[in-house]
Design a protein around this ligand. Structure first.
Ligand code: XMP
Length: 517
């Protein structure tokens, strides 16, 4: 296992992901672990991630030099690179030469294995204001940039390496090569980790956690819950009942789709509960996004609890209890809900930050360390059909967080009709695969004047939010063809009479998140 030490920026997850892309298993650990605790886990290599701190800032996480004396290959990245330099007696200074964004890095030595195949000059992604001025003793300086006299270094004898830039981001085109040079070269690892391994590991972990207890799994219609359920089904099939809560915040056709595709593919037991009234009344009068998320999270749990008796009865297991609830929580959800040590809470994903404390179930979260594309690969490995595995993401809180303002039955109905048109046209244009997802957002409290037919209207706008993304942690707005946008706009304003304006969101993430709430 390669351990990625998380210094509190979101980069650590991305590094872990890139390492796994290189077919080497990798996990993220918090920087609060001591060097000894890290060594005790016997990692095959350690990567120190970037972070928001300066090594000189008060309370800045330091690296104990013991970590570098254990014979474990270590790669420091950005903050990790500076922390390594600092710990080993190099010099790190605040020069005021901030480098942010695309930065050219030049090799300063004869070709070195860490930079093998990356050319003498490479474009990298930098984000730093401190820089390493002098490498620690025993290190060779491999590269520099305008703002960083030491942009990469290596000590082959101790197998210690570091780069100032972020090789894990796609804006560093040679980044993956640098990581692989470290993994296969410096650390001498072989690429042998596959999705088959994830399935095996998770199945074993689920069996160990669950024992012979009964389990329910909430299906949302999305990829994540389907894959989580399929994993649990494979691990402890007889003990599992899938529960589909119809919370009234779904898109058109969603409920049918779950019954049809999922049950057909897995043969899992399914219990459907109509809970539309419960959710609508709990959401009445609520406009604050975080509050909506928390309410939806809470009501989900209450609905699962309410379904327990029926589930047990259908499974002919009266008298037993349901002990576990499976959730398709993904790594980015955990990180964005502030679950990554030291990371900021951006929004409470309902299945992470929004759960009530007094819930009666223990959680099983087999996807908690996985990224979306890994989840899709696991789903395919488990034999789920493309209609499920390739589905665009849809948030658990559903249309509830796509109505800006209070959620009411009438507004849901308006949004549902507009959303169905947008999805239909996107699919007809053959762009489902290219677009990560396209939320349609109803600005329910905004009205504007229009003219439809011969008369004046005073209707609502919807926002189209098509984005392209790799893992939802960052995203760019999709450049959809104008004629497609025109068709969507025409059809929505013609067919949904409450809507008289269609607008396009052209914001990337960051600064905007994908969903509006
Ligand atoms: P944001 O809006 O944070 O969304 O950029 C990132 C991805 O996560 C989805 N999303 C959620 N998924 N529960 C979920 O299961 C949630 O509470 C939730 N909130 C956002 C969103 O659709 C996008 O794919």
């Amino acid at each position: 296992t390669v351990l990625v030490v998380d210094y509190g920026a979101q980069y650590a997850q991305l590094i872990a992901r890139r390492v796994r892309e290189a077919r080497v298993y990798s996990e993220v650990v918090p920087h609060t672990l001591s060097a000894q605790e890290i060594i005790d886990r016997r990692p095959s290599a350690v990567i120190l991630s970037g972070g928001p701190s300066s090594v000189y800032a008060e309370g800045a996480p330091a690296v104990e030099s013991a970590l570098f004396e254990a014979g474990i290959p270590v790669l420091g990245i950005c903050y990790g690179f500076q922390a390594m330099a600092h710990a080993l007696g190099g010099e790190v200074a605040r020069t005021g030469d901030r480098e942010y964004g695309k930065t050219e890095v030049r090799s300063t030595t004869a070709p070195h294995s860490l930079l093998d195949g990356t050319g003498t000059v490479q474009t990298t992604w930098m984000s730093h204001s401190d820089s390493v001025q002098r490498a620690p003793e025993g290190f060779e300086v491999l590269a520099c940039s305008d703002g960083a006299p030491v942009a990469a270094f290596a000590d082959e004898t101790r197998r210690l390496y570091g780069v100032q830039w972020h090789p894990e981001v796609k804006h560093s085109p040679q980044g993956q090569r640098v990581l692989e040079n470290f993994l296969y070269g410096g650390a001498g690892l072989t690429p042998e980790w596959t999705t088959g391994n994830i399935v095996e590991e998770q199945v074993a972990a689920i069996r160990a956690q669950v024992g012979d207890a009964r389990v329910i799994c909430g299906l949302s219609g999305g990829v994540d819950s389907a894959v989580a359920a399929a994993l649990v089904q494979k691990a402890v099939g007889e003990q599992l009942t899938c529960v589909f809560i119809d919370h009234g915040l779904l898109r058109e056709g969603e409920a049918d789709q779950v019954e049809r595709d999922f049950v057909a593919a897995t043969g899992a037991k399914l219990h459907v509960a109509d809970e539309r009234d419960r959710f609508l009344s709990a959401l009445a009068g609520v406009t604050d996004p975080e509050q909506k998320r928390k309410i939806i999270g809470r009501e989900f749990i209450r609905a699962f609890e309410a379904a327990e008796a029926a589930v047990l009865q259908e499974a002919a297991a009266e008298g037993a209890r349901v002990e576990f609830l499976v959730q398709g929580t993904l790594y980015p959800d955990v990180v964005e809900s502030g679950g990554g040590e030291g990371a900021a809470n951006i929004k409470s994903h309902h299945n992470v930050g929004g759960l009530p404390e007094d819930m009666q179930f223990k959680l099983v979260e087999p996807l908690r360390s996985l990224f979306k594309d890994e989840v899709r690969a696991v789903g395919a490995e488990l034999g789920l059909p493309a209609e499920i595995v390739q589905r665009q993401p849809f948030p658990g809180p559903g249309l509830g967080i796509r109505i800006i303002g209070e959620v009411t039955a009438e507004r849901l109905d308006i949004l549902r009709r507009a959303d169905a048109i947008a999805r239909e046209e996107l699919t007809a244009a053959g762009l489902d695969g290219e677009v990560w997802q396209m939320p349609v957002v109803l600005l329910a409290d905004v009205r504007s004047v229009g003219v439809q037919g011969d008369g004046r209207t005073y209707g609502h706008p919807v926002v189209l939010r098509p984005v392209s993304s790799e893992d939802a942690m960052t995203a760019d707005w999709s450049r959809l063809p104008f004629d497609l946008l025109a068709r969507i706009s025409n059809r929505i304003t013609n067919e949904v009479q409450e809507i008289n304006r269609v607008t396009l969101d052209v914001t990337s993430k960051p600064p905007g998140t994908i969903e509006w709430e």
